[in-house]
Design a protein around this ligand. Structure first.
Ligand SMILES: O=C(O)[C@H](O)[C@@H](O)[C@H](O)[C@H](O)CO
Length: 390
């Protein structure tokens, strides 16, 4: 395998999110949705993979394979169980996770908000609530109590996906439909991001940014305009909002072909992953180049990239292809600070445990962790400081 040397200080790691791994995340609107009579989830998150208790082992396995960074989210619903009520015990829990990272020489990369909002926030209108920007600023201020030695902080994960979720209308017959992203919610979430960024900047030592789900919108020839229109409130608006940030998190898995009437379905015979997405490792290279162009050169950190599959050798193939796209972007002078694989653990893919993205497998009965060959493979690249190229 041809490789290039990784830039000095290039960050190698893996990512997770609280609701998808911790278990018992009962105080969130998503838990309520999972247990609603008309829910559309295949199964509820339940104990997830019990990482709330087993994080020391998860961080040790990450460190032992040679990876040096762990991106995880802290749960607003645990830290502020009721409006204005702060749980010191939960702040201590996440402080212990940060300390455990440092104990293993692993850089903690903390996400303040990864999709789930506290029940009280959901009941008060969620991102439609009048003072939601102030609430998110206050939550950020509370979280800074445990961030004194955390260098990289993500304010909000995938605002563009959140807007989809916020606008989604649950119709038990038709399931979840997306009437299209509303600029109103997008602008409110952007204000919350900027308010949070201001607080984090006040700490002086934090690099802050948000992460955007890159859909790699490719136009059917002749429909470039439609593609751009389709992509603006679904992606580019959020990239533009990151122009003054320290970094932007690039999240990439797939591409979307856009024609006269929106997304064009892929032919039945394409290879698909367990999420039903087209197998397209080239997506990451395109996502990095598009992000670089629209943000005007904001430093990038790949905060999610991976594949849901039971075939771990295919995961290595996918990741090799993705990293080759990253290597080519580096060779063209793009500023890419690191690569965090999605995900460290098989986990709750927002409605089902079937799509397995983990570098580590988890027995859903015993919660026993079993590293997959891909974990050692990625750890080896990190230790050798090389990136697949060519
Ligand atoms: O993009 C998201 O929805 C999230 O960031 C993750 O929570 C997903 O689990 C992952 O991307 C795979 O879909």
């Amino acid at each position: 395998m041809t490789t290039i040397p990784a830039p000095n200080g290039f960050i190698w790691g893996a990512a997770t999110a609280a609701h998808q791994i911790e278990g018992g995340n009962t105080n969130t609107a998503h838990w309520e949705f999972e247990h609603a009579a008309d829910t559309t989830v295949e199964e509820p998150s339940g104990d997830a993979v019990d990482s709330y208790h087993r994080f020391p082992e998860d961080i040790r396995l990450l460190a032992e394979c040679g990876l040096k960074a762990y991106r995880f989210s802290i749960e607003w619903a645990r830290i502020e169980p009721e409006k204005g009520i702060v749980s010191k015990a939960q702040l201590d829990h996440y402080r212990r996770m940060i300390d455990t990272c440092h104990d293993h020489g692993v850089q903690p990369i903390v996400t303040l908000h990864h999709f789930t909002v506290p029940r009280w926030q959901g009941r008060d209108g969620g991102w439609y609530a009048d003072d939601v920007v102030d609430r998110f600023r206050r939550y950020t201020e509370t979280a800074t109590r445990i961030l004194d030695d955390v260098e990289w902080v993500v304010t909000i994960n995938e605002p563009n996906m959140m807007v989809n979720q916020t606008e989604a209308k649950i119709d038990t017959e038709q399931g979840v439909n997306f009437p299209g992203p509303s600029p109103h919610v997008a602008q409110v979430i952007a204000k919350a991001h900027h308010a949070s960024t201001e607080v984090l900047k006040g700490l002086g030592h934090v690099k802050s940014g948000w992460t955007v789900a890159n859909q790699v919108y490719q136009a059917v020839p002749g429909y470039e305009k439609e593609r751009d229109e389709w992509g603006y409130w679904r992606e580019d608006y959020y990239l533009e909002q990151a122009r003054n940030d320290d970094f932007i998190g690039v999240q990439s898995y797939l591409r979307t072909i856009v024609g006269p009437d929106g997304p064009v379905p892929f032919p039945d015979d394409v290879e698909r992953t367990l999420t039903g997405w087209e197998y397209y490792p080239e997506a990451l290279g395109h996502a990095l180049r598009h992000t670089w162009e629209v943000t005007g050169g904001v430093p990038m950190l790949v905060t999610e990239n991976g594949m849901a599959t039971q075939d771990d050798s295919r995961r290595i193939d996918y990741t090799t292809g993705a990293l080759q796209g990253l290597a080519s972007a580096l060779q063209d002078g793009l500023d890419i600070r690191g690569y965090l694989h999605w995900s460290l653990l098989d986990n709750y893919e927002w409605g089902s445990f079937r799509p397995t993205f983990g570098l580590i497998g988890v027995d859903r009965e015993t919660f026993e962790r079993t590293p997959k060959p891909s974990l050692a493979w990625l750890g080896d690249l990190a230790q050798r400081g090389v990136i697949p190229a060519g």
